[in-house]
Each structure stands twice: as C-alpha cells, then as structure tokens.
Design a protein around this ligand. Sequence first.
Ligand code: XMP
Length: 252
Amino acid sequence: MSFKIALECAARQKDSNIILALDLVSDSHSALLSKSIALVKKVQPYICAVKINHHLVLPLGLFNGVQKIIRTTHSFDLLTVMDCKINDIGDTNRVIANNYYDAGFDAVIANPFVGWEEGLQPVFEVAKQMKKGVVLLCYMSHKAAWEGYGQTIQQHDKLTAQYVAFAKKALEWNADGVVVGATFPEKIRDVHQILADKVPIYAPGVGAQGGDVRAAIQAGATYLIVGRTIINSSDPAAVARQIREKAHMRDK
Ligand code: XMP
C-alpha cells in the first residue's frame, strides 16, 4: 500500500485529518524524549500521523530517541513523517531518505527546487523500493514564502507561478502529497484546482501562524499539520479534539 493510501486509511480509522507537529524543546534530552512520548500518547486518539523535525532529531539522534518515538507512534496505528525538507544533490538526498526510512519514518518532505535529475529522482526511487512516501513543498506557510514559491517563472514560453509549476511536478512525479501553508488559502485553492483529489494537500500554519482551520479545509486542504497550538496548550488532547472537530472531513 502506498503512503498516500495508508494515510487515507489512518485518517478514516482515526476519523481525523490532523497531523501533530511534535516540536517540543527541552534542555534535558531525557525529558525531551519522555515528554514527546507522553504527548503522542495523550493526543493519539485525535490525529492520524505525527510529523517530526529537527527539534527532536538533532538533540535525540535518529536511531536512538527518535526511533523510540516512531515506534510509540506506530503502536497507535499512526503514521510518521520526517520534515527534513530534502534539498541537496541526488546522491546525498538518497542517503538522507534512506536513513529516515530505515529509522522507520513512513514519509519524508522534500524540496522540489532541486529538480528531478540528480535531485529528487533518487529519493523517489528509494521511496518506491521501500514502499515509503515523498511529500513535496509547494508553497510554504511563512511570510517570505512569496520570495521563492511565489516567484513568476518562464516555462515552455509561458509565465507561471513557481508553486503552480511545483503542483504540476507533484502530479508528474507521483508525489504522495504537497505542502501548502494554511496561511495562504488562496494558494491552497489554486493548487487544489490542479491536483483535485489525485495528490493530497498538507497545510501547516493554523493557529500559531495565523491560519484558519475552516478556511484551509474549504480551500481544499486534505490534512492539517498542527504544532504549537496543541503542544503549548494546558490540555493538548482537548485542543487536538477541537481542531479535529472543526476540520472534520465530513463538513468539507
Ligand atoms: P506550528 O507550531 O506553526 O507548526 O503549528 C507547524 C509545523 O510545520 C512546519 N512547517 C512547515 N513544514 N512546509 C513544511 O514542510 C511548510 O511550509 C511549513 N510551515 C511550517 C514547522 O516547522 C512546524 O513543525
């Protein structure tokens, strides 16, 4: 089963399209690990996946602490995504993807700016061999995203927006998803027009970054990636449940 289908199944089974961004910080590595595992256990009934990034991999190490978090996450039938934004030459990208997949991650996030040949092609090859997923950046959630993803480019003698070209590449490369910031519902709408239901849209940026749950869903987001709004609340499970209810797929 592809990662795309596996995540659809997890979302259906958990009745949730919320992906927890497990972005905890702590001066103590052992506290960081135990807090991360405790948070996954608390929030797990209300999410379909956990996204991890450098907040945890740098202090805890991939094959030590992070692998324990991946195993805990999988024990609740949730999937795991590594937000490593792969962005190097192909041979290096292959090694990066291989390591994250070997550690147990179900999918990685990659940056289409590096292109296909000697860029992301090896990542897609490894993903295929290992039956894992690749999610592409399309339009990021932060304010300066327009400087890169919003540029106008010339392609086949026509002017087009960079993120529109990336959405088309996601189709061409058979990506498992694209990331478009919930902070830009109009960009989600544009991308959704290109991808329809063929490639799901992952939208980070609700809450702490100012994005609105309903606006992102109504524009066409399939999954919402949520970190600080859940993590920093006094009752993370209750907040995750509320966001899930607000985002509910049936209300789309
Ligand atoms: P917050 O706390 O803002 O966390 O809910 C959002 C999480 O998502 C990551 N992030 C992104 N990842 N493309 C990505 O691949 C993006 O455009 C993007 N915007 C935010 C962020 O690092 C955090 O983990």
